[in-house]
Design a protein around this ligand. Structure first.
Ligand code: ZN
Length: 280
Protein backbone atom coordinates (compact mmCIF):
# COMPACT_ATOMS: atom_id res chain seq x y z
CA UNK A 1 0.00 0.00 0.00
CA UNK A 2 1.08 3.52 -0.75
CA UNK A 3 2.67 5.32 2.18
CA UNK A 4 0.06 7.75 3.44
CA UNK A 5 1.93 8.99 6.53
CA UNK A 6 2.54 12.42 5.06
CA UNK A 7 -1.02 12.90 3.79
CA UNK A 8 -3.41 15.31 5.43
CA UNK A 9 -7.15 14.91 5.00
CA UNK A 10 -8.71 18.28 4.28
CA UNK A 11 -12.39 18.53 5.18
CA UNK A 12 -14.45 21.48 4.06
CA UNK A 13 -17.54 22.37 6.10
CA UNK A 14 -19.21 24.91 3.84
CA UNK A 15 -22.50 25.65 5.63
CA UNK A 16 -22.97 24.58 9.25
CA UNK A 17 -26.16 25.12 11.24
CA UNK A 18 -25.73 28.72 12.37
CA UNK A 19 -24.19 31.32 10.01
CA UNK A 20 -26.58 33.24 7.75
CA UNK A 21 -26.27 35.26 4.54
CA UNK A 22 -26.37 38.34 6.80
CA UNK A 23 -23.18 37.13 8.47
CA UNK A 24 -21.52 36.37 5.15
CA UNK A 25 -23.43 36.65 1.85
CA UNK A 26 -21.08 34.07 0.27
CA UNK A 27 -22.18 31.15 2.44
CA UNK A 28 -23.95 28.36 0.51
CA UNK A 29 -27.25 27.36 2.17
CA UNK A 30 -29.54 25.69 -0.39
CA UNK A 31 -28.73 22.38 -2.13
CA UNK A 32 -27.69 23.83 -5.52
CA UNK A 33 -25.42 26.36 -3.83
CA UNK A 34 -23.95 23.69 -1.56
CA UNK A 35 -23.31 21.31 -4.46
CA UNK A 36 -21.62 24.04 -6.51
CA UNK A 37 -19.53 25.09 -3.55
CA UNK A 38 -18.47 21.52 -2.73
CA UNK A 39 -17.52 20.99 -6.37
CA UNK A 40 -15.32 24.11 -6.32
CA UNK A 41 -13.68 22.98 -3.07
CA UNK A 42 -13.07 19.51 -4.52
CA UNK A 43 -11.47 21.08 -7.59
CA UNK A 44 -9.32 23.17 -5.26
CA UNK A 45 -8.20 19.96 -3.50
CA UNK A 46 -10.54 19.18 -0.58
CA UNK A 47 -10.83 15.50 0.41
CA UNK A 48 -14.10 15.46 2.41
CA UNK A 49 -17.22 17.63 2.48
CA UNK A 50 -19.09 17.88 5.81
CA UNK A 51 -22.65 18.78 4.87
CA UNK A 52 -25.44 20.60 6.69
CA UNK A 53 -28.66 21.74 5.06
CA UNK A 54 -31.18 24.51 5.73
CA UNK A 55 -34.93 24.78 5.26
CA UNK A 56 -36.54 27.04 2.65
CA UNK A 57 -36.07 30.00 5.00
CA UNK A 58 -32.36 29.18 5.37
CA UNK A 59 -32.84 28.10 8.99
CA UNK A 60 -30.99 25.11 10.54
CA UNK A 61 -32.64 21.91 9.43
CA UNK A 62 -32.41 18.14 9.18
CA UNK A 63 -34.87 18.02 6.26
CA UNK A 64 -34.28 14.71 4.54
CA UNK A 65 -35.29 16.02 1.11
CA UNK A 66 -32.70 18.79 1.33
CA UNK A 67 -29.96 16.30 2.20
CA UNK A 68 -31.09 14.04 -0.62
CA UNK A 69 -31.06 16.87 -3.12
CA UNK A 70 -27.62 18.11 -2.07
CA UNK A 71 -26.11 14.60 -2.08
CA UNK A 72 -27.65 13.71 -5.45
CA UNK A 73 -26.45 16.94 -7.04
CA UNK A 74 -22.89 16.27 -5.83
CA UNK A 75 -22.94 12.61 -6.83
CA UNK A 76 -24.32 13.47 -10.31
CA UNK A 77 -21.01 15.13 -11.20
CA UNK A 78 -17.52 13.69 -11.60
CA UNK A 79 -16.74 14.90 -8.04
CA UNK A 80 -15.56 11.92 -5.94
CA UNK A 81 -15.23 13.84 -2.66
CA UNK A 82 -15.99 11.83 0.49
CA UNK A 83 -19.35 12.88 1.97
CA UNK A 84 -19.78 13.39 5.69
CA UNK A 85 -23.36 14.29 6.67
CA UNK A 86 -24.14 15.96 9.96
CA UNK A 87 -26.49 14.28 12.42
CA UNK A 88 -26.73 17.52 14.40
CA UNK A 89 -28.15 20.06 11.97
CA UNK A 90 -31.09 21.09 14.13
CA UNK A 91 -31.76 21.16 17.85
CA UNK A 92 -34.52 19.41 19.81
CA UNK A 93 -35.49 16.85 17.18
CA UNK A 94 -36.67 13.28 17.66
CA UNK A 95 -33.77 10.81 17.45
CA UNK A 96 -35.10 9.24 14.24
CA UNK A 97 -35.15 12.58 12.38
CA UNK A 98 -31.39 12.78 12.95
CA UNK A 99 -30.73 9.39 11.34
CA UNK A 100 -33.02 9.01 8.33
CA UNK A 101 -30.41 10.41 5.93
CA UNK A 102 -27.77 8.08 7.39
CA UNK A 103 -29.97 5.08 6.66
CA UNK A 104 -31.28 6.14 3.26
CA UNK A 105 -28.38 8.04 1.73
CA UNK A 106 -25.59 5.98 3.29
CA UNK A 107 -22.84 8.59 3.30
CA UNK A 108 -19.34 7.25 3.89
CA UNK A 109 -19.07 9.32 7.08
CA UNK A 110 -21.48 11.04 9.45
CA UNK A 111 -20.94 13.08 12.58
CA UNK A 112 -21.33 11.46 16.01
CA UNK A 113 -21.42 14.17 18.67
CA UNK A 114 -20.27 12.23 21.66
CA UNK A 115 -22.12 13.95 24.51
CA UNK A 116 -24.34 16.87 25.49
CA UNK A 117 -23.30 20.40 26.36
CA UNK A 118 -24.59 23.89 27.07
CA UNK A 119 -24.20 25.40 23.60
CA UNK A 120 -22.86 28.93 23.46
CA UNK A 121 -24.60 29.90 26.73
CA UNK A 122 -27.92 29.76 24.92
CA UNK A 123 -29.34 26.26 24.65
CA UNK A 124 -28.66 22.60 25.31
CA UNK A 125 -26.98 20.60 22.56
CA UNK A 126 -28.49 17.27 23.44
CA UNK A 127 -26.95 13.94 22.52
CA UNK A 128 -28.48 11.59 25.06
CA UNK A 129 -27.08 8.15 25.88
CA UNK A 130 -30.15 6.61 24.19
CA UNK A 131 -29.55 8.63 21.03
CA UNK A 132 -25.85 7.82 20.88
CA UNK A 133 -26.46 4.10 21.33
CA UNK A 134 -29.06 4.12 18.56
CA UNK A 135 -26.92 6.23 16.26
CA UNK A 136 -23.82 4.09 16.73
CA UNK A 137 -25.83 0.96 15.99
CA UNK A 138 -27.51 2.48 12.92
CA UNK A 139 -24.13 3.61 11.58
CA UNK A 140 -22.66 0.13 11.95
CA UNK A 141 -25.68 -1.45 10.25
CA UNK A 142 -25.34 0.94 7.31
CA UNK A 143 -21.54 0.91 7.08
CA UNK A 144 -21.32 4.64 7.81
CA UNK A 145 -18.18 5.55 9.74
CA UNK A 146 -18.73 7.87 12.71
CA UNK A 147 -16.69 11.04 12.85
CA UNK A 148 -16.64 11.41 16.63
CA UNK A 149 -16.94 15.11 17.34
CA UNK A 150 -15.38 16.17 20.62
CA UNK A 151 -16.21 19.55 22.13
CA UNK A 152 -15.07 18.74 25.65
CA UNK A 153 -12.87 16.12 27.33
CA UNK A 154 -15.70 14.09 28.86
CA UNK A 155 -16.87 13.29 25.33
CA UNK A 156 -13.63 11.38 24.69
CA UNK A 157 -14.40 9.19 27.69
CA UNK A 158 -17.92 8.63 26.36
CA UNK A 159 -16.36 7.42 23.10
CA UNK A 160 -14.06 5.03 24.98
CA UNK A 161 -17.12 3.68 26.82
CA UNK A 162 -19.02 3.12 23.54
CA UNK A 163 -15.93 1.46 22.08
CA UNK A 164 -15.86 -0.97 24.99
CA UNK A 165 -19.59 -1.62 24.59
CA UNK A 166 -19.28 -2.28 20.85
CA UNK A 167 -21.42 0.74 19.87
CA UNK A 168 -18.30 2.20 18.25
CA UNK A 169 -15.67 0.09 16.49
CA UNK A 170 -11.90 0.66 16.33
CA UNK A 171 -10.08 2.32 14.74
CA UNK A 172 -11.99 5.43 15.84
CA UNK A 173 -11.90 8.71 13.98
CA UNK A 174 -12.09 11.87 16.10
CA UNK A 175 -12.75 15.49 15.20
CA UNK A 176 -11.80 17.94 17.95
CA UNK A 177 -14.03 21.01 17.68
CA UNK A 178 -12.48 23.70 19.83
CA UNK A 179 -13.67 27.19 20.62
CA UNK A 180 -17.44 26.74 20.92
CA UNK A 181 -18.55 28.57 24.10
CA UNK A 182 -19.59 25.86 26.57
CA UNK A 183 -16.90 23.52 25.24
CA UNK A 184 -13.12 23.65 25.42
CA UNK A 185 -11.39 26.76 24.14
CA UNK A 186 -9.23 26.65 21.01
CA UNK A 187 -5.79 26.50 22.57
CA UNK A 188 -2.75 24.42 21.74
CA UNK A 189 -2.66 23.03 25.29
CA UNK A 190 -6.25 21.83 25.04
CA UNK A 191 -5.64 20.17 21.69
CA UNK A 192 -2.56 18.34 23.00
CA UNK A 193 -4.45 17.22 26.08
CA UNK A 194 -7.32 15.79 24.00
CA UNK A 195 -5.07 14.14 21.45
CA UNK A 196 -3.26 12.31 24.24
CA UNK A 197 -6.54 10.78 25.52
CA UNK A 198 -7.48 8.85 22.38
CA UNK A 199 -6.44 5.28 21.52
CA UNK A 200 -3.15 5.06 19.62
CA UNK A 201 -4.73 3.43 16.56
CA UNK A 202 -7.22 6.31 16.10
CA UNK A 203 -7.19 8.90 13.34
CA UNK A 204 -8.02 12.46 14.27
CA UNK A 205 -8.55 15.97 13.01
CA UNK A 206 -9.11 19.29 14.71
CA UNK A 207 -10.47 22.72 14.06
CA UNK A 208 -10.68 26.00 15.91
CA UNK A 209 -13.82 28.08 15.62
CA UNK A 210 -13.29 31.80 14.98
CA UNK A 211 -9.94 33.27 15.96
CA UNK A 212 -8.57 29.91 17.07
CA UNK A 213 -8.75 28.65 13.50
CA UNK A 214 -5.18 29.25 12.34
CA UNK A 215 -3.33 28.35 15.58
CA UNK A 216 -5.24 25.05 15.77
CA UNK A 217 -4.63 24.36 12.08
CA UNK A 218 -0.87 24.92 12.40
CA UNK A 219 -0.69 22.77 15.53
CA UNK A 220 -2.75 20.01 13.96
CA UNK A 221 -0.51 19.92 10.88
CA UNK A 222 2.58 19.79 13.10
CA UNK A 223 1.12 16.93 15.17
CA UNK A 224 0.16 14.86 12.14
CA UNK A 225 -3.61 15.37 12.40
CA UNK A 226 -6.17 16.19 9.74
CA UNK A 227 -7.73 19.59 9.21
CA UNK A 228 -11.12 21.17 8.59
CA UNK A 229 -11.91 24.57 7.14
CA UNK A 230 -15.00 26.40 5.94
CA UNK A 231 -17.76 28.79 6.84
CA UNK A 232 -19.37 26.43 9.34
CA UNK A 233 -16.46 27.33 11.60
CA UNK A 234 -15.30 30.71 10.27
CA UNK A 235 -17.03 33.36 8.23
CA UNK A 236 -13.89 35.53 8.25
CA UNK A 237 -10.86 34.77 6.12
CA UNK A 238 -8.73 37.03 8.31
CA UNK A 239 -9.40 39.69 10.93
CA UNK A 240 -12.29 41.81 9.68
CA UNK A 241 -12.22 40.29 6.18
CA UNK A 242 -15.18 38.09 5.24
CA UNK A 243 -14.35 34.92 3.30
CA UNK A 244 -15.16 35.21 -0.40
CA UNK A 245 -15.70 31.48 -0.72
CA UNK A 246 -15.04 28.18 0.99
CA UNK A 247 -12.52 27.37 -1.74
CA UNK A 248 -10.46 30.31 -0.51
CA UNK A 249 -9.94 28.48 2.82
CA UNK A 250 -9.12 25.24 1.00
CA UNK A 251 -6.51 27.01 -1.14
CA UNK A 252 -4.86 28.64 1.86
CA UNK A 253 -4.69 25.34 3.73
CA UNK A 254 -3.08 23.61 0.78
CA UNK A 255 -0.48 26.39 0.50
CA UNK A 256 0.23 26.11 4.25
CA UNK A 257 0.55 22.32 4.18
CA UNK A 258 2.76 22.41 1.09
CA UNK A 259 5.11 24.91 2.75
CA UNK A 260 5.84 22.36 5.48
CA UNK A 261 6.19 19.43 3.09
CA UNK A 262 2.82 17.86 3.78
CA UNK A 263 0.47 16.73 1.05
CA UNK A 264 -3.30 16.91 1.01
CA UNK A 265 -4.98 13.53 0.62
CA UNK A 266 -7.11 12.91 -2.45
CA UNK A 267 -10.61 11.61 -1.65
CA UNK A 268 -9.43 8.05 -2.36
CA UNK A 269 -6.40 8.47 -0.11
CA UNK A 270 -8.74 9.78 2.61
CA UNK A 271 -10.82 6.61 2.15
CA UNK A 272 -7.70 4.49 2.67
CA UNK A 273 -6.59 6.46 5.74
CA UNK A 274 -10.04 6.19 7.35
CA UNK A 275 -10.66 2.62 6.24
CA UNK A 276 -13.84 3.49 4.34
CA UNK A 277 -14.84 0.41 2.45
CA UNK A 278 -18.16 1.04 0.74
CA UNK A 279 -20.99 3.45 0.14
CA UNK A 280 -18.84 5.61 -2.20
ZN1 ZN B 1 -21.28 20.30 11.35
Amino acid sequence: MENLDNKVILTVAPTGAWPSKKDNPNIPLQPEEIAKDVYACWQAGASIAHIHVRDDEDKSSMDFEKFKEAVELIRATDCDIVLNLTTSGQLHLADEARMQHVIELKPELASFDCGSMNWAHSTVFENSPTFLEKLGTVMQENNVKPEIEIFDAGMVYNALYYLKKGILKAPLHFQFVLGVPGGMTATVDNLLFLKNLIPADSTWGALGVGQGHLPIMYTTLALGGHVRVGMEDNIYYSKGVLAKSNAEFVERTIRTATEINKEIATPDEARQILGLTANA
